[in-house]
Design a binder for this molecule. Structure first.
Ligand SMILES: Cc1cc2nc3c(=O)[nH]c(=O)nc-3n(C[C@H](O)[C@H](O)[C@H](O)COP(=O)(O)O)c2cc1C
Length: 141
């Protein structure tokens, strides 16, 4: 079953630093190998990442990511089955975006939060909004 997880977190180091660039390269290679696609938006220390793939593989990777010391405050926003991949062209799209764009995306995400878990139904229009920030700017698979 296709599955996705969306989370936000806070980077410990800026993304243009050498360790983060190395992490990005490593992640892209590994994602290609294990069939994960998705994207990572970054703005001023804030991270929003979407991971999609087969359910057990997404969960296993997310466990590693949650414990990665290169970021903190990992908050799961969405976690559930999807009918198809939205980011099949990207092993991990990446875009450093403006603060106000990041805030806009987060407020759209938060507007869809459902009590009591605060999980979000990240639907296609929202994914398309997020995608529009990366489209045509990134190297593909
Ligand atoms: C913000 C952030 C995003 C990450 N995204 C991915 C990812 O998409 N794919 C991945 O394989 N690792 C990702 N990682 C790295 C993982 O936490 C972990 O270090 C890596 O998967 C281990 O790879 P290995 O199994 O080759 O040792 C990310 C780490 C951070 C801090």
């Amino acid at each position: 079953m296709m599955y996705h997880i969306v989370y936000q977190s806070t980077a410990v180091e800026p993304f243009n630093s050498e360790p983060m660039q190395a992490m990005l390269e490593h992640s892209r290679r590994k994602n290609r190998r294990i069939g994960i696609t998705g994207l990572l938006l970054y703005s001023n220390g804030n991270i929003l990442q979407i991971l999609e793939g087969e359910e057990p593989i997404v969960h296993e990777l997310y466990k590693l990511i949650q414990h990665d010391v290169r970021h903190t405050n990992v908050i799961t926003l969405a976690d559930g089955p999807i009918s198809q991949r939205m980011f099949s062209d990207w092993s991990m799209g990446f875009q450093d975006i403006a603060d106000q764009d990041f805030k806009h995306i987060l407020s759209c995400v938060e507007a869809r939060q459902l009590p009591p878990t605060s999980r979000v139904e990240v639907d296609e229009p929202l994914l398309n909004l997020i995608k529009s920030f990366v489209e045509d700017e990134q190297p593909r698979l």
